[in-house]
Design a protein around this ligand. Sequence first.
Ligand code: HEC
Length: 163
Amino acid sequence: MKKIQLFSFLMVSSIIFYSFIKPQKSVKDEIPFPTGYRNWTHIKTAINNPTFGSHSGFHHIYGNEKAVKGYKTGNFDDGSIIIFDVLETIKQQNDDVFEGKRKLIDMMVKDGKKYAETGGWGFQEFIYVDSTERKVLIPTKQQCFNCHASKKEFDYVFSKLRV
Ligand code: HEC
């Protein structure tokens, strides 16, 4: 085997090996389901077009009391929780748009110490099958934080409290 081929072989096999031994996030990293979030403060609603894939459709954003304080000051205390609730859109005959099935829930939980690596926020997603059964996804830094990182000046939060 030529040197260069051997080198590429070693590179590829070590990447494959690494991906197997790399510690995966486990159940203990899971953030509990946010029961009662629909009684929290409604921050805003928007509709994403179909190019947003899994995030297309209605999204309603809710914040608990601490999060609402954060929206007002730009600094979110530990214990702040923000929910991003995504539902399908259904068009009726005269182009009225109604909510369909729930697709997913994204959440952010503030704990400066625990989530120091991601701006103090823990990120998680609940994926829904048929509006009812839900599956937990514990995302990587790339899947959530790297995009939210652009909002550092507002504590990594994109949305603003509607008036
Ligand atoms: C490509 C960029 C991008 C990625 C990746 C992303 N988000 Fe967001 N996220 C946004 C934007 C933009 C908004 C604001 C939407 C609005 O104002 O209606 C948002 C809003 C949110 C909110 C409401 C609080 C806020 O910042 O406004 C939560 C909670 C949230 N995202 C969680 C997540 C989670 C969990 C993931 C990973 C599974 C994720 N996001 C991945 C761009 C992103």
